[in-house]
Ligand binder design. Structure first.
Ligand SMILES: Cc1ncc(COP(=O)(O)O)c(C=O)c1O
Ligand SMILES: [Zn+2]
Length: 414
């Protein structure tokens, strides 16, 4: 029912822990016999499954049986009327993936990779990470009783590094960019039999990303949105969002894959958006320098496939100004009560661009993917403290005066 397929030459091979094609060195991905899965899956069978990603296990590359889990997935799809009003949209939804166990959508990928790693007898769970993946790998390693070993570039947000450490992983900080870290991990993957989830387990790891789109469709009542806005770093979430829609059509759970998929990046690191906007199939690597550190991948592994998926869906790509990212985070927080990290700010700023350019219409159904929690990046909210009162003495009269002063100036909304 499950095989591996080369994304370049299409050659099919046996399902096993492998990630590059022996013929053309192209990346492998998991392929399913959708006609066979069709007989095993239905809206009702999914609805009777757990409230986690495992309700879609028929379309995930994991062995049957009880998975090791932290409760990842089935996060809320929130109708965002306040934010919609601010942006001029009548049917806007936020997929709130900040509510995953370690605060980011990466738990979806790592849940799948961990169970795959366990079934093939790996003893070390590892990754190269821009921050969120490190926390997720560390947490799942703890849960699964595996050694956690995470590689990150120096200078990430302390909240992300601190969390990974709290789960007991060994953190390897490299003086260099994420792309340097990733190169090191590719070298190590040849030397050690470790589950470096986004390197040598990449075909399995990346399948976890499909579950976000599966959930969106189910939560909309088995309907696909007109638009989805996806933050892009390596491009895996976006490429797998397209694969998810296609597979739902393939197993008969969705009539049509007609959603326009939009890529959101920030100007300081926008190799995929640049390729889309310039109509190029090749991604030109950049030296990343962005406030959105989680998206700062200058040489994206799945960039080409992400750009193709955008184009095939008739979507578009945004590269928002760096200065608009924190404003996007603040707008989301102030209108919907959802605290995001910079990736969410990039998505909100990108959506604003799409609306301004007339690419998204008021009456259409739009989903934005808010993929990481702002609780790991609270330092970025410090300058936003529009109303922060400080009383020298705990006296009511002093408070009343301070409040009156503060309320003269409204809190700034981006
Ligand atoms: C919060 C957040 N959103 C989005 C992404 C982008 O995911 P991908 O690398 O699959 O493009 C990342 C990647 O690290 C992330 O941490
Ligand atoms: Zn090949």
């Amino acid at each position: 029912m499950k095989t591996l397929r080369c994304r370049e030459c299409g050659r099919i091979r046996e399902f096993e822990p492998a990630y590059v094609c022996e013929d053309c060195f192209g990346p492998l991905e998991v392929a399913y016999d959708l006609a066979a899965v069709r007989h095993r899956i239905s809206r009702a069978s999914i609805a009777s499954g757990p409230n986690t990603i495992w309700r879609y296990h028929e379309l995930l590359p994991v062995p049957a049986g009880e998975p090791i889990d932290l409760g990842t997935g089935f996060t809320p799809l929130v109708q965002a009327n306040n934010l919609g009003k601010a942006l001029g949209l009548d049917h806007l939804y936020v997929k709130n993936d900040t509510l995953n166990p370690t605060g980011s959508f990466k738990d979806r990928n790592v849940a799948v990779a961990t169970n795959f790693a366990l079934s093939y007898g790996f003893d070390t769970l590892s990754c190269s990470s821009t921050g969120n993946l490190a926390g997720s790998v560390a947490a799942y390693a703890a849960r699964a009783g595996l050694r956690g070993l995470v590689f990150i570039p120096a200078g990430l947000e302390p909240g992300k590094v601190g969390a990974a450490g709290a789960y007991g992983a060994t953190i390897v900080e490299v003086d260099g960019t994420y792309d340097d870290v990733n190169r090191l991990c590719a070298e190590l993957a040849d030397q050690y039999r470790w589950a470096i989830v986004n390197v040598n387990l990449r075909p399995f790891y990346s399948e976890g990303s499909k579950t976000l789109a599966f959930e969106v469709v189910e939560q909309l009542g088995w309907r696909a949105p007109d638009h989805i806005v996806v933050p892009v770093a390596a491009g895996s979430l976006l490429a797998k969002t397209a694969k998810a829609f296609q597979e739902l059509v393939g197993v008969g759970l969705l009539d049509q894959a007609s959603t326009r998929i939009h890529a959101a990046q920030a100007e300081g690191c926008a190799p995929v958006s640049t390729a889309v906007r310039q109509g190029l199939d090749r991604i030109t690597p950049v030296r990343a320098n962005s406030i959105a550190k989680s998206l700062a991948i200058g040489n994206p592994a799945d960039g080409r496939y992400a750009a193709r998926a955008v184009r095939a869906s008739d979507g578009w790509a945004t590269a928002c100004p760096e200065a608009s990212v924190v404003g996007g985070m603040a707008l989301l927080a102030e209108t919907e009560g959802i605290l995001s990290e910079p990736a969410g700010g990039v998505v909100v700023a990108g959506l604003r661009q799409l609306v301004d350019e007339g690419r998204v219409r008021r009456d259409e159904t739009v989903v934005i993917c808010i993929t990481g929690s702002g609780l790991k990046t609270t330092e970025l909210f410090e300058p936003l403290n529009g109303r922060r009162l400080r009383l020298a003495k705990a006296r009511a009269s002093e408070f009343v005066q301070a409040l009156a002063e503060a309320e003269k100036t409204p809190v700034a909304v981006a």
